[in-house]
Design a protein around this ligand. Structure first.
Ligand code: NAG
Ligand code: NAG
Ligand code: NAG
Ligand code: NAG
Ligand code: NAG
Ligand code: NAG
Ligand code: NAG
Ligand code: NAG
Length: 812
């Protein structure tokens, strides 16, 4: 097979120009990387195990990047280091930021305007070059090969094999798995020689009592105290003492040899320090995952101690261990999380317990006691009774208006008041808790049975609640603003509102879509006069409303009898916000009319651009491909409910005035019943773009979009239409088959018709073609996910040589 070997040679010749030495990739001074610019990719270690570069980590904002080091071949949880501030918070670099390796200051990170936002410090000598090592360490070296600065000396939340933590060294957790902001857990080596786990006060940084101590402090002789925490090359974690002795933190692990597994030690966001491994050599979407080999402490819920701080979970919360031995926080019955989206936030009682003046005792009719077996709040008692039986204990709490919970164990009763901390539920816990809950008397309307709330006070309370809701709930403010915008500027239903017969709640959905009448839209489009295009679901007209030009899409008659589904789906579409998706502004759902109003895209469709007279530049084409990939990734992975587009093609990608690609018509597939959409061709799924499994399998998965994206990616690369038979030399082939043949023969130049710009960017061209062929695999399970596709295109994950997409239909 001459062609294949020629191709492999070609491939090798494009692999990093810099040469590998002493198991590190040499980065010369003057080299730089730019955040969000894919022309310069990451700096990779010789083995490709690690990469250094920019990573977008915020699902809601793809313009913010971390300067990071990651496991290049591991698809999930792969970031092991990132540039951070002195206070351990990550440095977020906006798109366009540039990191440059300089001789005088080492790595310097500047934002797009040239302002310095981070640099490697301290740099004491002139830097000769940088080196990305196979260990995951990025090292700056001086002219006599001495290390001046290394990323291993400034760990974030992870240690890699051969990395050490010196005295005063810290690993700090993140806020959550996906939020890299500073979290409250630390792993530290203290000056007294102990390695500890502790929480901190996030405002002041004050460390609270340790919940794990290595016991490597010897008060009699400092020689026996810990000097370093070492994560050795075998993935074994221990404290090295000054006298050379080892004090093991983990046990030697069996069955996961370092040759076959990646290792890391992580200070996890949930407070557990773990040593975990990931099998090497698993590529793509295959089944690998990080597996905990050791967790410290064994049972974090039971390990927490100390009088200060809330513990692992928030105040009034209860910590329990999941099956995977990781903690989970829950609120007791009758309590809810203050931030419903954050299970680490504090819990508050749904009905607050109030101590009234002159009423020292609380009573049965106002309060009930809930028994929580195996549950304890171990700290901060204010009363203790012994000997007491359980009944006496319950009664003591019930009748005491300060008491919130009574804990009972071994004939002893402890009373506790708010806020409760370090709550835990565990089968090893022998305490029983009696939680006092105020009964919901609002239905009977007779709270005055027990404690009459003075009228004035009641009003005061209501007022405070209203004000704090108004001030605190920014969502509410946003909603008001949003509806004001809809109301005032777009002025949908303006006449009716003026007439007062429509409530705002009817005209504005919660996602601030505007509802238009058919009449309004007819006026806006001048009687549906100027046609912008005919899509698969209907005709699009140009229109003008108060805020500007819009695209008005009148849906086909197929949608006529689906009023309720229409409303549901429109709301789903209205909740999507991504810069690579065409924004839905409003809709009309009146009688038999189903009309959608979108933002107007001044540069037309991608089809017009690609297949028009003037071929767009390679650079623009690649930017468009990145945009579509990101938009699809968002639809597949980041929406509340996954949205499968089902009709990805260049006619459904629009370009705004800056030529940003935006996907149109998403969310409409759901509106058509599936069998209907499959048989009535021309409505859903366009010939040439539809995956073979679309016709075969009962269930349509997101992988059909991946296939269509693959076709489109080839069209973007070649500026040719798939299925445009006459365009091709042989005259008989589909673009897809032709592209694979060219690829196999190492003739990528033919694919781009010797486009010089693309030829100069051969590495990326090759990446794009290989990714496209992966997407076009006949077997859907072989196709990567859109997330993986995006990562491969951006160069933050490796691409291997793809197999023949149609193994059963050979073209030879
Ligand atoms: C490079 O790695 C190989 C095997 O991983 C090792 O034997 C060799 O000593 C390393 N060379 C240097 C200079 O570290
Ligand atoms: C530094 O390392 C390079 C490459 O490994 C080597 O060629 C050079 O001799 C070394 N210089 C010194 C002073 O050790
Ligand atoms: C991460 O957490 C911080 C602190 O709670 C918060 O301010 C920030 O908005 C979060 N970021 C994301 C992307 O959720
Ligand atoms: C500590 O680990 C080493 C292996 O690295 C082992 O030989 C030794 O027995 C362990 N010590 C203890 C006390 O478990
Ligand atoms: C993937 O993992 C699941 C559970 O972890 C296992 O049941 C399944 O066999 C694995 N599949 C492959 C292809 O390894
Ligand atoms: C929780 O998250 C969802 C979606 O991420 C958001 O719409 C909602 O407003 C959030 N709720 C709160 C209370 O923050
Ligand atoms: C409060 O409770 C104590 C002890 O249970 C009882 O002696 C006292 O009479 C009660 N006071 C009132 C006002 O009910
Ligand atoms: C109390 O009961 C009323 C009427 O049943 C109900 O509307 C209200 O939501 C309840 N309050 C709480 C906090 O459960």
């Amino acid at each position: 097979m001459v062609p294949v070997s020629v191709f492999l040679l070609l491939l090798l010749s494009f692999v990093v120009v810099v040469c590998a030495q002493s198991n590190g990739t040499r980065i010369s001074t003057g080299s730089s990387l730019v955040a969000g610019s894919f022309s310069v990719q990451a700096w990779r270690s010789p083995s490709d195990d690690f990469a250094f570069g920019f990573r977008n980590v915020d699902n809601n904002n793809d313009d913010l990047f971390l300067l990071a080091i990651w496991f290049y071949k591991v698809p999930e949880n792969n970031i092991v280091w990132f540039a951070k501030e002195k206070d351990n918070n990550p440095v977020f670099a906006p798109r366009g930021s540039k990191v440059e390796l300089t001789a005088t200051s080492g790595l310097v990170l500047r934002n797009g305007n040239g302002g310095e936002i981070w640099k490697s410090e301290p740099i004491t000598a002139s830097v000769a070059f940088g080196s990305m090592k196979d260990t995951g360490n990025f090292v700056l070296v001086d002219s006599i090969n001495g290390s001046i600065w290394e990323s291993f000396s400034y760990p974030t939340d992870t240690l890699l094999p051969t990395q050490k933590l010196e005295v005063d060294g810290v690993l700090s957790s993140r806020k959550s798995q996906g939020n890299f902001s500073l979290g409250k857990f630390q792993f530290r080596l203290l000056r007294d020689g102990n390695a500890v786990l502790n929480t901190i006060n996030l405002r002041s940084g004050f460390p609270y009592d340790a919940y794990y101590i290595s016991n490597t402090h010897d008060s009699a002789s400092s020689q026996n105290s810990g000097r370093q925490v070492i994560f050795d090359e075998q993935g074994f974690l221990y404290v090295l003492k000054r006298n050379g002795e080892q004090s093991n933190i983990t046990q030697p692990s069996v069955g996961n040899p370092v040759e076959a597994y990646y290792y890391k030690t992580t200070m996890n966001f949930d407070g557990v320090l773990s040593v975990s491994s990931y099998p090497k050599g698993i590529d793509g979407d295959a089944n690998g995952s990080w597996k905990d080999l050791f967790r410290i402490p064994d049972n974090i819920c039971m390990a927490m101690r100390g009088e200060l701080s809330s513990g692992i979970c928030g105040y009034n919360s209860i910590c329990t261990l999941n099956d995977d031995q990781r903690p989970r926080c829950k609120c007791p019955t009758g309590y809810s999380f203050m931030d419903l989206n954050d299970t680490y936030s504090n819990c508050v009682a749904n009905i607050p317990q109030i101590c009234e003046e002159g009423a020292q005792n609380s009573t049965d009719d106002l309060y009930s006691l809930q028994e929580l077996p195996n549950t304890d709040w171990p700290m901060l008692d204010y009363e203790r009774y012994n000997p007491f039986n359980a009944e006496e204990c319950k009664k003591a709490c019930l009748l005491d208006c300060l008491c919130v919970v009574a804990v009972y164990r071994d004939n002893t009763c402890w009373k506790k008041k708010l806020p409760l901390s370090n709550g835990r539920e565990d089968s090893k816990e022998i305490s029983v808790s009696f939680l006092k809950l105020r009964r919901n008397t609002s239905s009977t309307g007779k709270p005055q049975d027990g404690f009459p709330i003075p009228e004035g006070k009641k009003n005061q309370q209501t007022l405070i609640v209203v004000i704090s809701v108004l001030l605190g709930c920014s969502l509410f403010v946003i909603l008001i603003l949003a509806s004001m915008i809809c109301w005032g500027f777009i002025s949908c239903n303006k006449k009716k509102l003026a007439a007062g017969d429509i409530q705002p709640s009817e005209s504005f959905e919660s996602n601030n879509l505007c509802q238009f009448t058919y009449k309004e839209l007819r006026e806006a489009t001048n009687g549906f006069k100027e046609e912008l295009g005919r899509g698969s679901c209907g005709i699009v007209y140009k229109g003008r409303i108060k805020t500007g030009v819009v695209a008005v899409k009148q849906l086909d008659r197929v949608f006529e009898d689906s009023e309720k589904e229409f409303r549901t789906e429109v709301n789903v579409i209205g909740q999507t916000h991504h810069k690579n998706l065409v924004r839905l502004l409003g809709y009309c759902n009146e009688g038999r009319y189903r009309i959608l109003v979108y933002e107007f895209m001044s540069n037309g469709t991608l089809a017009d651009l690609l297949f028009g007279d003037r071929k767009p530049s390679w650079n623009l084409r690649t930017q468009i491909a990145y945009g579509i990939a990101r938009g699809l990734m968002y639809l597949h992975e980041e929406c509340d409910k996954q949205i499968i587009h089902c009709d990805i093609k260049p006619q459904n990608v629009l370009l705004d005035e800056h030529y940003n690609a935006k996907i149109a018509d998403f969310g409409l597939a759901k509106l058509l019943k599936m069998d209907q959409s499959r048989t009535e061709t021309g409505i859903r799924g366009t010939k040439g773009y539809v995956a073979p499994d679309w016709f075969r399998s009962a269930q349509v998965t997101a992988k059909v979009d991946v296939y269509s994206f693959g076709v489109q990616l080839l069209e973007i690369i070649c500026c040719r239409r798939n299925g445009d038979m006459n365009d091709f030399e042989g005259g008989q082939e589909l673009l897809v088959d032709w592209a694979y043949d060219c690829f196999q023969q190492g003739r990528l130049d033919v694919l781009v018709e010797e486009d010089l710009e693309a030829m100069d960017d051969m590495r990326r061209l090759e990446t794009f073609v290989m990714v496209a062929i992966w997407c076009l695999q006949e077997d859907p399970s072989q196709r990567p996910t859109m997330k993986r596709v995006t990562w491969m295109l951006e160069g933050i994950a490796p691409v291997s040589v793809p197999p023949n997409p149609n193994p059963f239909t050979s073209n030879c």
